[in-house]
Design a binder for this molecule. Structure first.
Ligand code: UDP
Length: 443
């Protein structure tokens, strides 16, 4: 009788933030469907609920990490301390698996958890880097701060990337303290360079130039297998409770009339900005659905800075909730625009539903994503200042004026291209099959 073959075992090291947890679980789901068995190793912070994912094994590692109230104040410092704190427990955890006879085919790690590659090298295992942001960030992090602008731009020889207005991004990225940024850049780049492959939640058509540039700068294959949320929808990855009633509210609105507003899980705003946003939204005369995360407004628990009068006006025109089922919201026929901080997941989710975007990036890769949306794909407009008149005008331009029509058409065009990627012979389906073969070859 033929001996039954044990499935190849993958360890997936997750980073403990919403924009990382969701794509990691989606990737795990996709690989599980290809026959791999999966153990998810995660820091204690924002632990996923194993009962939502009985198909995976879970291992928690101590992170000795108390997150600051506003994570966006120092993202680089956050990455460095998390990696320092997690390196030893992660090593112990994986070593324990190896000692107990577990044959690990590969360790896939979120590239935010770059300490994992060192652990993998020490234990002579195979490491695969997961990029939950755009593939283009793989070019910026290693090269940007160390090269003069002209040298950098000459290395990135593609019109789409020139259109990103890299000098502006360079100025914005240099807002981080140099030594910490350099430490992170070096650790990150070394990890990705030493890995055996890179997995990106992207699509070939979306970042074509960047994907081929990445191949020149990193000597490892890169697999763009997105959009992960369409490839492997997964439940229960939300840290906050989703308010499902907002769907009932959307059901009552006219097609494509609603502007949906969300700044993701990390960005924060001041009290004055909250008031300006509320005023601008009320004045633009479009219905709006607004996700205001508890703690998103600095100095407040929720929306206390809005006066009772303003809350009343908001209640007539719009609907404020703490957290939405965002993918469902974006897919809803009533939603005609998305005012976003341009996190990568939100960007990809919006592309997949053909929703044009109003871009208000805050930090890090959000600036790059916004530049892609407004200058390269041209499926959105940038909102410069959080001032009521400016907000009102820009929302009208996107949602009502003739100017928005071409943007809407291009957004629908990207939606179709994104769907094609996951067809049988689409670029992401082919890439996932190649990735599966590559991982299996490590066993
Ligand atoms: N999200 C959600 N409900 C909300 C706001 C955000 O489900 O009210 C989800 C969104 O769908 C996305 C993630 O949170 O998958 C945010 O990730 P992103 O990369 O856009 O931004 P980050 O939170 O990392 O800044």
């Amino acid at each position: 009788m033929e001996k039954e073959q044990k499935p190849c075992h993958l360890v997936l090291v997750m980073a403990p933030f919403q924009g990382h947890i969701t794509p990691a679980l989606q990737l795990a789901t996709a690989l599980h469907s290809k026959g791999f068995s999966i153990t998810i190793v995660h820091p204690e912070l924002n632990s996923p609920d194993p009962s939502n994912h009985p198909e995976f094994a879970f291992e928690s590692i101590p992170d000795k990490f108390t997150p600051p109230r506003h994570l966006d104040r120092d993202v680089v410092g956050l990455a460095l301390s998390l990696n320092k704190n997690c390196a030893a427990p992660l090593r112990q955890c994986i070593e324990q698996m190896v000692r107990s006879g577990d044959r690990i085919t590969a360790v896939l790690y979120d590239s935010f958890m770059f300490c994992a590659q060192t652990v993998v090298d020490e234990l002579r295992l195979t490491g695969i880097s997961i990029r939950t942001s755009s593939a283009t960030t793989l070019l910026l992090l290693p090269l940007f701060p160390q090269l003069e602008e002209k040298d950098f731009i000459s290395q990135i020889d593609a019109p789409e990337l020139q259109a990103l207005q890299l000098p502006r991004l360079r100025a914005l990225l240099s807002q981080y303290p140099t030594s910490a940024m350099t430490e992170m850049r070096v650790a990150f780049t070394n990890a990705v360079r030493s890995s055996s492959a890179i997995i990106a939640n992207s699509m070939a058509f979306l970042e074509q130039a960047a994907l081929s540039n990445v191949k020149q700068h990193f000597p490892v294959p890169i697999f763009a297998i997105g959009p992960l949320h369409k490839l492997a929808p997964t439940i229960g990855s939300s840290i906050l409770t989703e308010d499902d009633e907002c769907i009932a509210w959307l059901n009552k609105q006219a097609p494509k009339s609603v502007i949906y507003v969300s700044f993701g899980s990390i960005a924060s705003i001041g009290e004055h900005e909250l008031i300006e946003m509320a005023r601008g939204l009320v004045d633009c005369e479009q219905p709006f659905l607004w996700a205001v995360r508890p703690g998103m407004v600095r100095g407040s628990e929720w929306i206390e800075p809005l006066s009772d009068g303003l809350k009343e006006c908001v209640g007539e025109k719009g609907h404020i909730v703490k957290w939405t089922p965002q993918k469902e919201v974006l897919a809803h026929g009533a939603v005609g625009g998305f005012w976003s901080h341009c996190g990568w997941n939100s960007t990809v989710e919006s592309i997949c539903e053909g929703v044009p975007m109003l871009c208000k990036p805050f930090f890090g890769d959000q600036l790059l994503n916004s530049s892609y949306i407004c200058n390269v794909w041209k499926t959105g407009m940038e909102l410069q200042e959080l001032e009521r008149g400016n907000i009102e005008r820009t929302i009208k331009k996107l949602m009502v004026d003739i100017e928005g029509t071409e943007i809407k058409n291009r957004a629908m065009d990207l939606k179709e291209k994104a769907a094609d990627c996951l067809m049988e012979y689409g670029s992401s389906s082919c890439s996932l099959n190649e990735l599966t073969k590559q991982i299996s070859s490590f066993s």
